[in-house]
Design a protein around this ligand. Structure first.
Ligand code: IMP
Ligand code: MG
Length: 195
């Protein structure tokens, strides 16, 4: 059975696991500063409303936890899990609901909280499912936006950082379930350069 190699931290912000290499794109401090602004801007748009944050598992967990603490007033959480399927899951846009919300969103002000907007196909699916359930308002907050990769015209209402077309990990985002625990967002390069 393969064992995960220990992650090593090198000077200059480079971390390596085996032959995978990562390089800091956004520091934890920069992320936290931006999330403070996002939290206030969400509350400014809905000054008197209870807000339901809907986190998309698992990538958005860290972002949701930090964002929630920066939104003053009444805030509740729920979670949903989806996965892509189909032969070419990246471009088919076929999305499966793996875990549904615990409660109804009828009449509620809902903020979908996602880690990253890439092709936009996942979010397009999620928004169509949630919209049918008659929320009072439906908005989207994403930490990262890979603008160049968009295959559909879906947009987020609150965007942490537009980023270049690179595969990123950390702060909730994974590569084969690893790296989610990193406090910063890093660009991952694999041997052979597939990412
Ligand atoms: P979309 O449907 O292509 O927008 O896919 C969005 C989902 O793909 C995100 O919620 C992530 O789970 C995953 N994803 C897209 N880009 C990256 C990346 O650079 N690193 C890690 N996960 C990513
Ligand atoms: Mg995700």
């Amino acid at each position: 059975m393969p064992t995960a190699k220990r992650q090593t931290q090198k000077p200059g912000g480079t971390a390596a696991t085996g032959t995978e290499r990562t390089k800091v794109l956004l520091t934890g401090a920069k992320i936290q500063k931006r999330i403070r602004e996002m939290g206030l801007s969400i509350r400014k748009d809905f000054p008197d409303e209870p807000l339901l944050l809907v986190g998309v598992l698992k990538g958005a967990v860290l972002f949701l936890a930090d964002l929630a603490r920066q939104i003053p007033g009444e805030v509740t959480f729920d979670f949903i899990a989806v996965s892509s399927y189909g032969k070419d899951s990246k471009s088919s846009g076929q999305v499966k609901l793996n875990k549904d919300l615990d409660s109804s969103i009828d009449g509620k002000t809902v903020i979908v909280v996602e880690d990253i907007l890439d092709t936009g196909l996942t979010l397009r699916y999620l928004l169509s499912v949630l919209q049918q359930r008659k929320p009072k308002n439906l908005r989207v907050a994403v930490l990262l936006d890979k603008v160049e990769r968009r295959l559909t015209d879906v947009t987020a209402d609150y965007i942490g950082f537009p980023i270049p077309n690179e595969f990123v990990v950390g702060y909730g985002l994974d590569y084969a379930e690893r790296y989610r625990n990193l406090p910063d967002v890093r660009i991952l390069s694999l041997p052979g350069g597939s990412h």
